[in-house]
Design a protein around this ligand. Structure first.
Ligand SMILES: [Zn+2]
Length: 329
């Protein structure tokens, strides 16, 4: 994905900031440990002395293989001793490990000169102005999925399942999707009326997968159609750059399909995009208030039946749980 210089600079500032934050935390904790465990200062001095003397020995032309082996052993012993001292004083063993947001690249954004998955996602967030995604996702995750919000005495006529049992099944399907994502990929079509928990569930999935380093783009159908339109009619360069990621990110979430103002052009672009993602084995989650019949009527039977045959359908029962959430707050 092409980033402008400005976007790249602001991303690098973000990473510098993370590294500075980590350094400050480690410096603060080191001070804290030294004052809580005074003998740690002596031990650390010993570590420094060993390192210096092995460097001096190297300059003096000593037999390095023996010198290195013995200092390595001493340093390993001291490291163990240090860990014991820290734990015995009531601190976690990894207290001086920097609290990385991404342990894979240690918050540098790069691994062996290649962009880390976290960098790719940060770039997506900046380009798609998804800056609020992490805030939403910090609240909406599987742990916050409250089944008691779904009624136990509201039943589906066809299969006899209550709204709660249906939501429970949806939750299990979503968790399975996450669990098998890296191996199987797959696509989901979430059906149900407004406020019945579709967006919440797709956010839970997004959160779980983002935590595993999967790149996720979230759009409402309205935003996505807007991008398709701008791409062609306004020749907007920034928007053209987005194109590739929409086809290529690991997971594309399209929320509220059916709330856009479809015309034959945007509709054909949508299905071109869905088709292209299927060909590239990239996953998509679509949520919609429409039922299957209405989807067919709106977007043409030929296209919808072919595309959606590659989607697992998760259906929710009526009832607006958003009101219940507000009342319970
Ligand atoms: Zn990373």
């Amino acid at each position: 994905m092409a980033l402008t210089n400005e976007q790249y600079d602001s991303l690098m500032r973000l990473y510098n900031h993370k590294q500075m934050r980590n350094n400050q935390i480690v410096a603060y904790r080191t001070k804290e440990l030294y004052s809580a465990i005074p003998s740690l200062t002596t031990l650390d001095q010993e570590v420094t002395d060993i390192s210096i003397s092995s460097i001096s020995a190297m300059f003096d032309g000593a037999d390095m293989s023996q010198t290195t082996a013995s200092s390595k052993q001493k340093l390993a012993e001291l490291k163990k001793k240090r860990e014991h001292m820290i734990v015995d004083a009531g601190f976690p063993a990894d207290y001086l490990e920097p609290p990385y947001d991404c342990p894979d690249c240690k918050d540098t954004g790069y691994i062996n000169g290649k962009r880390c998955h976290c960098f790719k996602q940060a770039a997506i967030n900046i380009v798609y102005k998804q800056s609020n995604i992490s805030t939403i996702l910090s609240k909406e995750n599987f742990d916050a999925y409250d089944l008691t919000l779904f009624s136990d005495d509201y039943y589906e006529k066809e299969n006899g399942l209550s709204a709660r049992a249906t939501a429970q099944k949806a939750l299990e399907d979503a968790k399975n999707f996450v669990q098998n994502f890296k191996q199987d990929g797959g696509n989901l079509l979430l059906l149900g009326q407004t406020g019945c928990g579709k967006t919440f569930l797709s956010n839970c999935i997004a959160k779980a997968l983002l935590d595993e380093g999967v790149s996720v783009i979230y759009f409402t159908a309205f935003e996505l159609f807007d991008i398709f339109e701008k791409q062609v009619f306004k020749k907007n360069i920034d928007v053209a750059d987005l194109h590739d990621q929409i086809f290529d990110c690991d997971l594309l979430i399209i929320d509220d399909l059916g709330t856009e103002l479809p015309n034959s052009f945007t509709t054909s672009r949508l299905f071109q995009c869905l088709n292209e993602r299927l060909l590239r084995n990239k996953s998509t989650i679509i949520s919609t208030n429409y039922n299957l019949a209405l989807l067919r009527d709106t977007y043409s039977e030929r296209i919808t039946s072919r595309i959606f045959s590659c989607y697992k359908i998760i259906e929710f029962l009526g009832e607006d749980i958003r009101m219940k959430k507000i009342i319970n707050k």
